[in-house]
Write a protein that binds this ligand. Structure first.
Ligand code: ADP
Ligand code: ADP
Ligand code: ZN
Ligand code: ZN
Length: 843
């Protein structure tokens, strides 16, 4: 325990007092945190900031809230984790704005998350211009997700789905026996249909394209479902003979037309895999009735400022604010409009004024380039968090503590000031702010700092400092202190010359239009620009797609498990590679997408280090005696795992009216394995014990095994030594997932000539971790590879050999290359918005 921090005085007025916090790695800490203040939690990643802010303070506030609203929930929640803490006093109700882990619902959009869509529907309903004679459309009538509003042709999806001969029979030179009908089920189901066609007298041995059109149409499109005798294994001649002789069949089979099969399977299957399989035989096109606008004609006939609600929702928020501005101004209320319909004029002004005020907050937070209809799955986690933050600013809550997770993620330094203003607004309204943050510009503005550390995992978990920022200067142990107060700048190496240039020509995507960009090969390039300027569209999308296509490398599919009906159609890649591909043999994209969506995927399985670990267990004398092979030590294989939870370690508890929760499995208590498997010990530890080790501890434990140690070493190098081997993929933050991917790549034998593309790799990283990451990226360049990152972090930008600054603004005001040059030159470029910040950093 941490006795120097122990204070036994009574709960302080105006403070949240925490006593004996032990969640995760927290070492029985006591801390007093002021309310009605901006409190920033700092420390290296894994030090315990989130365990304190989210795992203890927010979790406890949440638990108290649930207890107060529902005695029923209380009974069920006894199995839910209660934070490990002796006592917390003075804790207000809490609202968490976390970085989203995993994809939010595909149906939600900027409009729905911000609730601006509701206001807009009200505006159209009450203040829109209706065609003569048309009755009023109620607000719900402007929502494609209600029966009142949805276009009857496409049911509000905006697209219609069709199957054609071409989609169902992609290769017409094949015969039916050769599986010309690709859309039929594989294995037995497809054979059965073929045998039925043989009974029905269809020719299954002539190429599809040579069959009469009448036969083809019947097979594909009929709704008839004849039931006929089936003789599997008989040739067509034998079948016909058997039929004539009325030979008893093996069974009676039901024929189903191919189109019917595809549509029926698509509509009814419970299996995402089946759904995906049949979806590839469907063609989607814009709905001919609503032209993709998803609404009924009556709703689309209503206009405001000359636009229907769908077109209005497609405008960038900034333009929306401009259009609504004049309507919102009470003094400028048009006398004519007022005279004609005084009530409508007032309603228009009120709703427009409300919309304009809400939009102003979004614009301040640098989100003016988004449109209301933009789906949330296409937003970055940082953008989504800022949307939620803006929405909170308008919810008029007070006396609440907002717990935020790195709100500056994805923000250009120019936008960080607006973020600070937004946080100040929440504070002024009488709220408390607990923010986990690495960005020093935010840290400096804190009223109070809680520095956790000094290191990650077991070497952290202590409160090094709690007080006004200036006081941290005296805390020698703190890693944060060095960056906050140390004025010495890192020495910058001279930029390396490019080994060649990868030339992209005519790049067109979102706000990029016919852009030419050159990426230097064999060096480290950072792409900069304000949020929404087009960095991700250029780097993570077009660059990656073009290079992958040239190399013939497949890209991981976007959101594989999503509903294919709601998935956006893939966008065509606009542009081509003019030159430079000879310098690249492989592409590695290291992004922040989750590395798995189930607790079955974890650090050990993903990095591949679990295979040699299982072999070590299988090689122990006891395992050999019992004939346990390596498979026995997998929690995905029936023989070794706990059958109650099927190796998950958790069971799902369904709660009425509340989201279901995972509770530890009552049989194995989270160990995931059955008793017999756990009896096998390697150097005194069971396989479950090993999964419970942190990377650091495992590194020491497996000191004699090079195969296991290599991936562990790399994980430590990217600053992940604090993670547990069995840590489920679902528990990793986006930044952690990205570093796990990076480590997995780094442990592969170095081959050079690889292009590494990373989107904001410093998210979630303390400045000291950023330095470690830079060492890794630099090592890749030294080994003959090319590294391209999208970044806002000044330390990374300054360390690059080459910068490509995209902008100058966001959306329509961006999308150009402002300057491409080494950092020192960019710092002096007047047009670049990064220049002043870079100049200050370099001076
Ligand atoms: P930070 O927010 O400072 O990056 P965390 O609070 O997330 O750090 O983690 C602190 C320690 O607690 C780390 O060692 C981490 O591995 C561990 N930890 C985090 N989440 C869990 C969890 N769900 N179960 C067990 N240990 C965890
Ligand atoms: P950055 O990475 O610099 O933040 P992006 O490339 O994400 O910028 O966005 C550039 C522009 O393209 C913005 O106006 C943004 O709204 C738009 N955009 C990005 N992704 C999509 C998408 N999936 N659908 C529609 N517009 C998009
Ligand atoms: Zn439609
Ligand atoms: Zn179990």
């Amino acid at each position: 325990a941490n006795s120097s921090q122990k204070t036994n005085h009574e709960p302080l007025a105006g403070y949240v007092t925490v006593r004996g916090a032990r969640e995760h790695n927290l070492q029985n800490v006591d801390v007093d945190i002021p309310r009605d203040a901006l409190v920033v939690f700092t420390g290296v990643s894994g030090s315990g900031k989130s365990s304190l802010a989210f795992g203890t303070l927010y979790a406890e506030a949440q638990r108290r809230y649930l207890e107060s609203v529902s005695p029923y929930a209380r009974r069920l929640f006894h199995q839910m984790a209660v934070p490990e803490v002796d006592r917390i006093d003075g804790l207000p109700p809490a609202v968490a704005l976390q970085q989203q882990r995993g994809a939010p619902s595909t149906r939600s959009s900027v409009g729905s998350v911000t609730t601006l869509a509701n206001l807009l529907r009200m505006l159209y309903s009450r203040a829109g211009d209706y065609p003569k004679g048309q009755g009023i459309v109620y607000a719900e009538g402007f929502s494609p997700n209600t029966p009142e509003g949805a276009c009857p042709t496409c049911h509000g999806l905006g697209r219609v789905y069709e199957v054609t001969e071409q989609t169902m029979v992609p290769d017409p030179t094949l015969t039916i026996r050769e599986r010309a009908i690709a859309a039929w089920p594989q294995a037995w189901g497809g054979q059965n249909q073929r045998d039925i066609l043989v009974t029905l007298g269809y020719d299954v041995d002539t190429p599809w394209q040579d069959l009469p059109q009448k036969d083809r149409d019947w097979i594909l499109f009929t709704d008839e479902q004849p039931v006929v005798p089936v003789y599997p294994g008989y040739s067509p001649e034998q079948t016909q003979r058997a039929l004539k002789r009325k030979e008893p069949p093996n069974y009676m089979g039901t024929f189903t037309g191919v189109k019917r099969h595809v549509l029926h399977t698509f509509a009814t299957t419970q299996s995402a895999l089946m759904k995906k399989r049949v979806a590839q035989y469907m063609l989607s096109q814009e709905c001919p009735t609503c032209h993709g606008k998803r609404l009924r004609q009556e709703a689309l006939a209503v206009t405001f400022a000359g636009l229907d609600i769908a077109d209005f929702s497609r405008l960038p928020l900034k333009r929306l604010a401009d259009v609504l501005g004049p309507y919102a101004d009470a003094k400028a209320l048009s006398k004519k409009a007022e005279a004609a319909a005084p009530e409508k004029a007032i309603v228009t002004q009120r709703i427009a004024a409300d919309l304009v005020a809400r939009l102003a907050v979004l614009l301040d937070l640098g989100l003016g380039y988004l449109s209301l209809e933009r789906g949330t799955p296409t937003l970055s986690p940082g953008e989504l968090q800022r949307l939620r933050l803006a929405t909170q600013l308008y919810s008029n809550l007070f006396g609440v503590v907002y717990v935020l997770d790195e709100p500056s993620a994805g923000l250009h330094p120019a936008d960080t000031e607006a973020l600070l203003a937004a946080l100040a607004g929440l504070k002024k309204a009488g709220n408390s702010l607990f923010v986990v943050e690495h960005n020093l510009d935010v840290v400096r503005q804190a009223d109070w700092l809680v520095d956790v550390g000094p290191q990650a995992g077991a070497l952290g978990g202590r409160i090094l400092y709690s007080g006004p920022p200036a006081g941290l200067a005296a805390v020698a142990e703190s890693q944060t202190r060095r960056y906050l107060f140390d004025a010495t700048k890192p020495a910058l190496p001279a930029p390396r010359p490019a080994a060649g240039w990868l030339q992209l020509r005519g790049v067109t995507r979102h706000n990029l239009s016919n852009l030419d960009v050159d990426f230097p090969l064999g060096v480290f390039t950072a792409v900069t620009g304000v949020s929404g300027s087009g960095k991700s569209s250029l780097v993570s999308q077009v660059l990656v797609e073009l290079v992958a296509a040239q190399l013939g490398q497949a890209l991981p599919a976007e959101d594989e498990e999503g509903d294919p009906l709601e998935r956006a159609a893939p966008e065509a890649t606009g542009g081509h590679l003019a030159q430079g591909l000879a310098g690249i043999r492989r592409l590695v994209q290291v992004d922040q997408r989750p590395i798995g969506r189930t607790p079955r995927s974890n650090l050990a399985t993903y990095t591949g280090l679990f295979d040699p670990v299982r072999q070590l267990f299988a090689a122990t004398p006891e395992a050999k005696k019992r004939r346990y092979d390596a498979g026995r030590f997998s929690f995905n294989v029936a023989k070794g795992r706990c059958e109650n939870c099927q190796g998950e370690g958790f069971v799902m508890v369904e709660l009425l009216f509340l989201p279901s929760v995972y509770a530890p499995c009552p049989v194995c208590h989270g160990a995931r394995y059955n008793e017999k498997t756990l009896e096998i010990k390697y150097q005194g530890k069971s396989i479950a014990d090993v999964l419970g080790l942190t990377v650091d501890d495992a590194w020491a434990f497996f000191s004699e095994d090079a195969t296991v140690r290599r991936p562990l070493t790399v994980l430590r190098d990217v600053g992940l030594g604090y993670l547990r081997l069995g840590q489920p993929a679902t528990e990793l933050s986006g930044g952690e997932a990205q570093r796990v991917k990076l480590a997995t790549e780094l442990q592969r034998p170095a081959r050079g000539h690889t292009l590494y593309v990373l989107d904001e790799p410093t998210t979630g990283l303390h400045p000291s971790d950023v330095e470690r990451l830079l060492l890794q990226l630099n090592a890749l360049v030294v080994a003959g590879n090319t590294v391209v990152v999208v970044e806002h972090e000044m330390r990374v930008i300054a360390a690059a050999d080459w910068l490509i600054d995209i902008g100058p603004g966001a959306g329509d005001e961006g999308g150009k290359v402002v300057i491409a040059a080494p950092p020192a030159d960019v710092a002096g470029a007047p047009a670049s918005r990064i220049a002043p910040y870079l100049a200050r950093f370099l001076s």
